[in-house]
Ligand binder design. Structure first.
Ligand code: ATP
Length: 355
């Protein structure tokens, strides 16, 4: 396995040399550590597939380099990069048995049959297709075929990295959960470098050590699930991670206070605002509360979702959400309270520090 270095990558589709190219990837400069499990997470069109295709060699970046360990692979084709890939839809040899489909990449590399048997049996167990080993792949369901594709991606132990592009899309929800957990265990056991594209935050958060949040052709934050939740670097991360996402409100800043409409909210310090930036206050719905004392708020709707209540409200004409415990009472003339320690201030969408 290898560290993957993305060295000042940029990519614009279309002919080279255009006067004003539109960059699908704006500037990506980062290392994926050897043995790390990374999820690339972001909305449709943010550049996840573009980045994955550059790593796999399906696409040549317009600018920048890509290295596996110390080796510059920017100009190497996919076959020469020694990677395994699992795509969104199954890639299966219909005329081969399930067993042979899995053994194929190993036979290609002259791995001894005894070792092949050992590895293929292990994978068949994981994907729950042991009793199908001798059956031709042709008759299988899409779900089962995708499990074979997944298994084939995992069967080799000598690859630089394993790349996954939304591999669980066609798998039914329960099996999805099972495979995700098993993938995580396999990763712990074998420590392969894996890059996993998804737009599903649950998938990303349960399986990855590090989640790479992409937005508008950029990596806006790389962090553990806890870091993304507690300290979103960009308003998009706050909004995208969590359900409901972070509340982001237009706010003026006056010393160690934020001014929202006619209300003043105490901050944990004086935020350092560069120049004439647009300032916003971000706070997760879990850190707002309702009580008899506080700032004026209008409750619009209360949704009971089992152990929690989601309250939709308006504060200074801006929509906000609160997450309350199920047993928390909402006073008749409820006022809004902020947990100051959980307030983040953003300047032009990026989080700033307190002085
Ligand atoms: P999705 O989750 O929908 O697959 P994504 O995050 O993987 O989205 P990309 O497919 O990498 O995003 O696309 C990034 C941007 O590049 C988008 O604006 C898309 O329209 C554009 N794009 C992607 N492929 C091409 C192409 N072959 N030619 C021109 N533009 C493209």
């Amino acid at each position: 396995m290898a560290r993957i270095s993305l060295d000042h990558l940029r990519h614009a589709y279309g002919p080279k040399g255009l006067a004003n190219p539109v960059y699908a990837l704006k500037e990506v400069h980062h290392d994926f550590d050897d043995g790390g499990a990374y999820a690339l997470l972001g909305p449709s069109g943010c550049g996840k597939t573009t980045l994955l295709n550059i790593i796999s060699g399906l696409l040549q970046p317009s600018e920048g380099r890509i290295l596996f360990g110390e080796t510059d692979v920017t100009n190497l084709p996919t076959e020469a990069r020694n990677i395994a890939q699992v795509f969104q839809f199954p890639v299966v040899y219909d005329t081969m048995t399930v067993y042979d489909n899995l053994a194929f990449p190993l036979r290609n590399r002259q791995v001894p049959e005894a070792e092949i048997e050992n590895r293929v049996r292990g994978i068949l167990k994981m994907i729950d297709l042991e009793s199908w080993a001798r059956r031709k792949a042709r008759g299988l369901t899409a779900d089962q075929k995708q499990k074979i594709s997944l298994g084939r991606g995992l069967v080799r132990s000598d690859v630089n990295a394993i790349l996954f592009d939304e591999p669980l899309t066609v798998i039914d929800p329960h099996m999805k959960w099972v495979l995700r957990t098993q993938l995580k265990q396999l990763h712990r056991q074998f420590g392969f470098t894996m890059v996993y594209v998804t737009h599903d935050q649950t998938e990303a958060l349960t399986f990855a050590d590090k989640v790479v949040v992409m937005y508008d052709g950029q990596i806006v934050q790389i962090g553990t699930p806890a870091e993304l939740f507690d300290r979103p670097r960009h308003t998009f991360v706050g909004y995208f991670i969590g359900s409901p996402g972070m509340n982001v409100m237009a706010a003026g800043i006056d010393g160690a206070e934020a001014i929202i409409g006619g209300s003043r909210v105490a901050l944990p310090g004086r935020p350092v605002i560069p120049g004439a930036a647009k300032t916003e206050l971000g706070i997760r719905p879990e850190f707002l509360s309702l009580s008899r004392e506080g700032l004026p708020v209008t409750i619009r709707k209360v949704e009971d979702i089992g152990r929690q209540k989601i309250v939709r409200a308006a504060f200074a004409d801006q929509p906000i959400s609160l997450v309350l415990r199920e047993d928390q009472e909402i006073p008749a003339d409820a006022k809004l309270r902020f947990d100051p320690a959980a307030i983040h201030i953003y300047a032009d969408s990026w989080r700033v520090d307190y002085a």
